[in-house]
Design a protein around this ligand. Structure first.
Ligand code: FE2
Ligand code: FE2
Length: 360
């Protein structure tokens, strides 16, 4: 089996009752159970980038249980069945994939909608625009390191709340860098080079915080040290390789990393003590929230109410008014709206760079 394209894959979101399925899936939460009659069965979840579906193995359940573990990818043959109003898959046969290395991880894990190579190129262009030779040299050294680059293009930014998908770290970092570049131009008292450098490296430790080849779980060092300490280690080592890197600048850079969560209760060992560190915290927080809450609102809309399910992390329900409808309801035509906004003499804006600031 040589699966490199979407065409050969049956996706979880498309499985219906009565449908025969023959496709690879990632296995999760494999448990061996017993029916009331004492017959063994296996319950598990099948996962791909479109979601998860419950599955059961009724025949040779113990055999299945011995051969597969959580995080494995298996070629699954089965059929969709309805159980308590939900579709689940009855597994008839499960095989190890013939060429597991040829399987495209992007089929099983959700991934950023943006191309990682293009994002990385844009990140390198921002480094090119940095004026300070020490910062520029250090950033080039970090981001042209093959090992770092490969991990940075792949890592998620988080396990759950925001950018929790392949290349999410790169998407989030680039977003914060763009916002930093724009913000530094808005507020000339900010040092653009320092803010950009902080934006680029603030979450660097995340390349070692998650298992990138398995199902994206935390690594042991991720659990024990966290991404700020892990990032600090990488940056410290790279600074050591630079000729004459100013000690003061090194301290400030490290401060940007370890203060970027802003408050002690958000896991920051130090609160931001220079203006660029404070701004980095706000931009990071803003980007994470726009992605996390925006995604939540899309996925958890309760039909016909305009409201979402309850969001535990943010301790509230979110409301999404139909803004298109509301705006159309006003009598202003598109042309008039354009005219009235021009008459307010707004500066020319690049929509890609503005969007981060529009939500508030
Ligand atoms: Fe962070
Ligand atoms: Fe971040």
């Amino acid at each position: 089996m040589d699966l490199t394209s979407d065409q050969d894959k049956v996706f979880v979101q498309d499985i219906r009752e009565g449908q025969n399925v023959d496709s690879p899936f990632l296995l999760e939460e494999i448990k061996l159970g017993q029916t009331k009659n004492g017959r063994p069965y296996v319950s598990l979840k099948l996962k791909d980038r479109t979601g998860r579906i419950e599955a059961r193995v009724w025949d040779q359940a113990e055999n299945f249980y011995e051969n597969f573990k959580d995080g494995d990818i298996a070629q699954i043959t089965g059929s969709g069945e309805s159980y308590q109003g939900q579709v689940q898959l009855k597994i008839i046969q499960a095989k190890q994939p013939e060429k597991p290395d040829n399987l495209d991880q992007g089929l099983f894990q959700p991934a950023s909608p943006f191309n990682p190579e293009e994002m990385y190129t844009e990140l390198l262009e921002f480094i090119d625009g940095i004026g300070d030779p020490h910062l520029k040299g250090l950033l080039l050294d970090i981001f042209s390191d093959q090992d770092i680059a490969a991990k940075f293009k792949k890592a998620p930014a988080a396990k759950r709340f925001h950018h929790a998908y392949l290349s999410g770290l790169l998407e989030h970092t680039l977003s914060v860098v763009r916002a930093a570049s724009f913000t530094a131009r808005l507020y000339p008292r900010l040092n653009q080079d320092l803010l950009l450098a902080g934006a680029m490296i603030h979450d660097l430790g995340k390349i070692n915080e998650f298992e990138l080849d398995k199902n994206g779980d935390y690594t042991t060092e991720g659990r024990l040290l966290g991404h700020m300490m892990l990032g600090l280690e990488i940056v410290q080592a790279k600074i050591g390789e630079q000729p004459d890197f100013p000690a003061d600048l090194a301290r400030i850079l490290k401060h940007l990393i370890i203060s970027h969560h802003g408050e002690y209760e958000f896991g920051s060992p130090k609160k931001p003590k220079i203006l660029e560190a404070l701004v980095l915290y706000y931009l990071d927080e803003m980007d994470a929230k726009i992605n996390g809450i925006g995604g939540f609102i899309e996925r958890h809309a309760v039909e016909d109410t305009g409201w979402t399910d309850y969001n535990r992390l943010m301790d509230r329900f979110f409301y999404r008014p139909d803004l298109e409808e509301l705006l159309e309801a006003s009598d202003i035509s598109e042309d008039e709206r354009e005219e009235s906004s021009n008459s307010r003499r707004r500066p020319e804006r690049d929509p890609n760079q503005m969007s981060f600031l529009e939500d508030d």
